[in-house]
Design a protein around this ligand. Structure first.
Ligand code: FE2
Ligand code: FE2
Ligand code: FE2
Length: 176
């Protein structure tokens, strides 16, 4: 339960942070980076909701404290976002999954795992944006976000169903 609350708090803050980073990216003329931040923000909101449902299901109340996002340049914001995703996918969620498994809490395992797999993609996309930052000034990159689990990828016509939660592609929204 403590881990679920920590994850709920982290996802809620990530959602707010990426929204603010998207505004900054628009201001600096990085249109495709702004789209990526908007897509990731949507995804983190879905993670927060999913964690909240498990917390509620355990009879507790989800609690988050939203800090004012620390907005810097878009390049620095991407670096901060990449660091956050890397921590979540490599440290936080693997540890939380291990603990939830030890407690045989399958709902918690499922929600942590779903989030972790999306964070892997977020980290990849942030890395790519940093490597090609100038090219990401132009608009045109589109992202797909699974509205059920938050899985995110760059628009992919070959996608038929969500690789994480298996819902059909109709359950995805396109963010640009
Ligand atoms: Fe997330
Ligand atoms: Fe993420
Ligand atoms: Fe999904």
């Amino acid at each position: 339960l403590e881990n679920l609350q920590a994850a709920f708090n982290g996802e809620s803050n990530a959602k707010a942070k990426y929204e603010a980073f998207a505004v900054k990216a628009e201001e600096e003329g990085y249109k495709s980076v702004a789209a990526l931040f908007r897509a990731a923000s949507q995804s983190e909101g879905i993670h927060a909701k999913k964690h909240a449902a498990v917390i509620t299901g355990m009879g507790a109340e989800p609690k988050a404290e939203i800090a004012k996002p620390d907005v810097k340049s878009t390049k620095e914001n991407l670096e901060a976002a990449l660091a956050g995703e890397t921590y979540e996918k490599e440290t936080m969620y693997p540890e939380f999954i291990k603990q939830a498994e030890a407690e045989k809490n399958r709902a918690a395992v499922r929600t942590f795992r779903g989030a972790m797999l999306a964070e892997v993609e977020h980290a990849k996309l942030y890395k790519q944006a940093l490597a090609e930052l100038d090219a990401w000034k132009a608009a045109g990159k589109e992202f797909m976000v699974c509205q059920v689990c938050g899985y995110t990828e760059m628009s992919n016509p070959a996608l038929v169903k969500c690789p994480v939660c298996s819902v059909p592609k109709e359950k995805f929204t396109v963010v640009k």
